[in-house]
Design a protein around this ligand. Structure first.
Ligand code: ZN
Length: 305
């Protein structure tokens, strides 16, 4: 092979590698559905907007992890709407309690209670998302829960990309209640920026730990900010070369079969695997995953006046 041909081959390989043939993949998941009415949208309106935007942007399947305590008539209708639109309905316990507050036995009953409500709804999958991503503060509770979920035929609906979207929503709802003037352009930019920083952070962790880009699962919440900015977020993610995939596809990643032997799972599956691998706990959190940081950042940018 002559030198020029070799350079040509190397350039072609570089082009292929850099133009997204091996682009990163992420599935979208929304916790705490059906969440109550917000200051901007009623719960029903929010569900309609989310379904419409997902359809318009050609995303056939996301997952909604549900708390059955919120499933009154309208709440049940909303969960059915998601299922009928082709989305996945998962279990997020009945009451969204902490394991330590309820005790393991009652917590398992809380999972079963939600299961009884959700199991016959369209789109239901036996997937369980731990509230607060808390899988148990001691080995005994963690292992009892893993065993119980296994016996119920459940998959751990883990996330790989943790973030503080719930806190941004909290700040937004507070500002609305206080009748503050909202700069929606800034709010949108900061929402996307925070989620994108989280995506990059866990992608880099995944590459370092696994030597490859894992199929990601992004944690979002079924809140007003998601309804407001989902379309912009999707466009941004795609613009960065990432592909949005179904959660069914994401949970085919080999990391779905792993059960990290750690007690800290609240940063998601990749961070838990990194901790198990000996990484320092402080290396598993990025700077914007902090209420104080975000509060200060929003104040400096004057998002609410
Ligand atoms: Zn939750």
């Amino acid at each position: 092979m002559n030198a020029i041909f070799r350079i040509f081959l190397l350039s072609a390989l570089f082009l292929i590698l850099s133009t997204g043939l091996f682009s990163q993949q992420v599935a979208l998941t929304f916790d705490d559905a059906p969440r109550s009415d917000g200051a901007l949208y009623t719960g029903l309106k929010r569900s309609e907007i989310l379904i419409k935007k997902l359809k318009e942007y050609g995303i056939p399947q996301v997952a909604f992890f549900s708390n059955s305590i919120n499933m009154d008539d309208v709440g049940t209708l909303r969960i059915k709407m998601y299922g009928q639109a082709g989305h996945i309905i998962g279990n997020h316990t009945h009451s969204h309690s902490r394991i330590n507050d309820l005790g393991v036995e009652a917590y398992i009953q809380d999972i079963q209670k939600a299961h009884d409500v959700l199991q016959d709804l369209p789109g239901f999958h036996p997937w369980f998302r731990f509230p607060f991503l808390d899988e148990g503060k001691d080995e005994s509770s963690r292992d009892q829960l893993r065993k119980a979920l296994g016996e119920m035929g459940y998959l751990n609906g883990y996330v790989t990309i943790d973030n503080y979207d719930y806190y941004l929503e909290y700040m937004y709802q507070q500002a609305m209640k206080e009748n503050k003037k909202i700069n929606y352009d800034l709010l949108k930019d900061l929402y996307i920026e925070h989620i994108w920083e989280s995506m990059q952070f866990y992608e880099e962790m995944g590459r370092k730990l696994l030597g490859r880009s894992p199929k990601h699962v992004l944690l979002l919440h079924e809140n007003d900010l998601a309804a407001l900015f989902l379309d912009d977020l999707i466009s941004f993610i795609r613009g960065e070369g990432w592909e949005i995939i179904s959660p069914v596809d994401a949970y085919k990643d080999p990391i779905a079969q792993q059960s990290p032997d750690v007690l800290m799972n609240n940063q998601g599956r990749i961070a838990a695997l990194a901790l198990e691998d000996g990484w320092k706990p402080q290396s598993l959190v990025q700077k914007s995953e902090s209420e104080a940081y975000l509060k200060d950042y929003f104040a400096r940018k004057k998002v609410f006046r």
